[in-house]
Design a protein around this ligand. Structure first.
Ligand SMILES: [Zn+2]
Length: 416
């Protein structure tokens, strides 16, 4: 190993879980500045200043592939568990009109909460203030800020296309923030607007997020142009019967999404078998984002996560927003996934919440695993986290976060 500079620190613990290879017992993550220099057994890699965490576990920082931070001011999800999806959307619209709604304050509160719960990279859907994080990049977390587009009528869709062009013309010099595009969902997006967003994503090489196959009501709207979702859109005066061709289904949208730079298919609760096969065949470009506790909030049938993984589709995890979730902890999403799908190994679930999320956002070369050359984003779990099975202990046991590091800096410290 080369001579360490005086900014080299070895973070050593009972277990290091790199995610891209097996856990290392009594190992170290060696950091120089913002980057990981080495990972391995302590006697082989430790150098520079040494920090000992004892009987602790170190994992990569978590990657939350899908959040709506502007709802982070909520202390509990909107509506009630198991409610009909269109009724819940009504609650969202009402909340956004309420005087206490503060998109800016909530976004920064949500970033802080994410960091304290181990998330160091996040994809945020920004609806009200799409340029906020481009103008005020967060100090301690990497964010992809997706501008949300909503427009079913021809006039509204044209205005949104202009808004998108404005967003893409802006860019931040700060490497911690990137741009993304999020046409909202099939029932709020005129297909022509989605078609306009596709070359924009491909041209600017930015990811595109699209809510798809989320509810039965959405499938009914696409298939027959009626049902509770259409009734709800009519109530708002937002339904345009000419906008969407009848007899369509999520697969039609997946075909369009393969033409973007990289797409995040948000939810996918009701994907059919041939759609899962299609996602598997395009795993390099399309990632389904499972939002475990949001899925649970609506009492949907079990998510097709095991089938997606079995067939080789790419999947990541998201918290969605506090409008459907009690908090923004990706660790709790992984724990929920472990309870829902005991057939999945804890190691596989930890990968969903780290490396697979990085892949979804196009950042797998930079973050998502403890790999030399990548950024030094990692979580140190408190001493006593486990004895023999580090991942199982984190997901099934009471392990708590002790410290969070972002780009080599300690940004959250709960050590006593
Ligand atoms: Zn969402």
């Amino acid at each position: 190993m080369r001579e360490p500079g005086n900014d080299v620190v070895s973070h050593c613990a009972r277990w290091i879980v790199p995610v891209d290879r097996p856990a290392v017992e009594r190992g170290c993550v060696v950091v120089q500045g913002e980057r990981i220099l080495a990972v391995g057994a302590a006697e082989q890699v430790a150098t520079g200043r040494r920090v000992e965490y004892g009987d602790a576990v170190i994992t990569p920082g978590f990657v939350n592939a899908h959040a709506h931070l502007e709802f982070s001011g909520l202390s509990a999800p909107l509506g009630e568990r198991g409610m009909a999806f269109p009724d819940w959307i009504m609650n969202v619209l009402e909340y956004r009109r309420a005087p206490e709604f503060d998109a800016r304050g909530a976004t920064f509160a949500g970033l802080k909460e994410s960091l304290r719960t181990g998330t160091t990279t996040l994809g945020d859907i920004a609806s009200c203030l799409p340029s906020l994080l481009l103008e005020e990049p967060p100090a301690d977390l990497d964010v992809t800020s997706f501008i949300e587009l909503i427009g079913l009528s021809e006039a509204r869709a044209a205005a949104q296309a202009e808004r998108l062009a404005e967003h893409l013309a802006k860019h931040s010099d700060d490497a911690r923030v990137r741009r993304g595009i999020s046409p909202h969902a099939p029932y709020t997006i005129r297909p022509a607007l989605l078609e306009a967003a596709v070359p924009a994503s491909a041209g600017a090489r930015v990811p595109l997020a699209f809510h798809l196959a989320e509810s039965r009501e959405e499938l009914q709207l696409l298939a027959t142009g009626d049902g509770p979702m259409v009734d709800y859109m009519r109530t708002l005066g937002a339904w345009d019967p000419t906008a969407i061709a009848l007899g369509t289904r999520p697969l039609d949208y997946l075909r369009t999404l393969t033409k973007v730079h990289r797409a995040l298919v948000i939810h996918g609760n009701y994907l059919a078998d041939d759609e899962i096969d299609y996602l598997a065949a395009h795993a390099e470009r399309l990632t389904t984002v499972y939002c475990p506790r949001t899925h649970d909030y609506f009492n949907h049938p079990p998510h097709p996560l095991p089938k997606l993984l079995e067939r080789g589709a790419s999947v990541a995890l998201g918290t969605d927003g506090r409008c459907t979730n009690p908090d923004l902890s990706l660790l709790e999403e992984m724990r929920h996934t472990a309870r829902q799908f005991p057939m999945l190994s804890p190691e596989r679930i930890l990968q969903l919440g780290t490396l697979d999320g990085a892949q979804a956002l196009g950042l797998a070369a930079e973050v998502g695993s403890l790999t030399p050359g990548k950024r030094a984003d990692f979580v140190v779990f408190q001493e006593g986290a486990c004895e023999s099975e580090p991942c199982a202990a984190l997901l099934q046991g009471p392990a708590t976060i002790g410290r969070v590091y972002h780009r080599g800096r300690n940004v959250a410290d709960f050590q006593t």
